[in-house]
Design a protein around this ligand. Structure first.
Ligand code: AMP
Length: 114
């Protein structure tokens, strides 16, 4: 059983500013936003990293992108544009080992590779 901060948010053991939820996904505002809009889209299923995604979960990952598309529209940033990012392991600067996709926007974004 996973014991990450995000599993606690899924289980409502920790508060979060939730902007989207369905039976498979949850999305909430990042606690340390790097852009005016910074939302994390996560699966409720326990998947630690991008490396752990299985072929049978391809539809779930697609649903994460569609959820981000909807949130971007709801946040009013769809037309100006935004960035979707998965960080993986050490070189990717992943610190929470529950799969999550960052949705960043609301300003002109710059450098990708840090
Ligand atoms: P990553 O580096 O891709 O693992 O990103 C993890 C993200 O989770 C960071 O941007 C953190 O600011 C964010 N984060 C950590 N704890 C919380 C929390 N309790 N609520 C919302 N976002 C969080």
């Amino acid at each position: 059983m996973s014991d990450t901060i995000f599993s606690k948010i899924i289980n409502r053991e920790l508060p979060a500013d939730i902007v989207y939820e369905d039976d498979q996904l949850l999305a909430f505002r990042d606690i340390n936003p790097q852009a005016p809009v910074h939302v994390l889209v996560i699966p409720k299923a326990e998947i630690a990293t991008v490396n752990d995604i299985e072929a049978g979960q391809a539809e779930l990952i697609g649903k994460m992108v569609l959820a981000a598309q909807k949130i971007a529209a709801d946040e009013g940033i769809a037309d100006d544009g935004y960035r979707l990012v998965f960080n993986c392991n050490q070189h990717g600067c992943q610190v929470v080992f529950h799969l999550h996709m960052h949705l960043l926007g609301g300003k002109q974004l710059r450098g990708l590779a840090g």
